[in-house]
Design a protein around this ligand. Sequence first.
Ligand code: SF4
Length: 300
Amino acid sequence: MSFVQGLDRYFAVLSNDQKARYLIAKEKSLLDRKIEIADDILQSCHFCERHCGVNRQAKEVGYCGINAISRYASEFLHHGEEPELVPSHTIFFVGCTFACVYCQNWDIANRFVTGTPLLPERMAETITMRNYQGAKNVNFVGGEPTPHLHSILRIMNACNVNTPMVWNSNMYCSSDTMDLLRGVIDVYLADFRYGNDGCAEKYSNVKDYWSITTRNFMSAWQDAEVILRHLVLPNHLECCTKPIVNWVAYHMPNIRFNLMFQYTPHYKAHQYPELNRSLRYDERTRALEIVRDAGLKNLV
Ligand code: SF4
């Protein structure tokens, strides 16, 4: 008996319901498959490198404080992003995988905020509306988009406008998350904050920051456009800005590099005297000098 004959015989004994499911299964797209994998991960969550292992579909929550229901704080046309991206339809998800002591979005990033429950099909309709209003892209941010990967993939699947997808992230995603993002993200608008693990652990409560972040930047760099943001922190020019700039200059010299000087001590920064002020003029000058010495030219 040939394979096709065997398949026919198998099909003949299926109920109508099973046949329908079989036919639907045959028509699965790559995004459908990615959603299935994301849903599997959700049951022992490792969307980010914290690897909490909680079953978010059973309403358990890990470090980010988000169960399976994604929530967002706001969405609007954002004119304050990098020039080539604006106006950017920015969706602010609640919750974060980091706990930055100076967080400027602490009101939506901390684990106790609620936000509006997100219906992917409804958000896809909103994306269409924002597209008609002139949005150049859809910008998934937070907080942090990583805990919401399963919902974001569903939004993409329901979208009926052809618009670039922007992943605006701290880049602490797991390898599985980076695999799922491959091929569906057009632009990584990505933070590179710390030049060593010690500063990352002290100020954002994350481990192995350097190896994880550099791994993910390399993955993003091979797959899509990358705009790298480095927020210069007071008193962290030599330990953070310099190693980052040198690494970037060596591994991705033509990257769009956004050296950001707008640090302001928010949230718990007053508990850290070295971070409890804005940048001084000489620190800005030194940061630009580090960039110039490394040969990075493509500044935003
Ligand atoms: S996304 Fe949230 S629950 Fe999942 S591993 Fe990261 S912090 Fe933990």
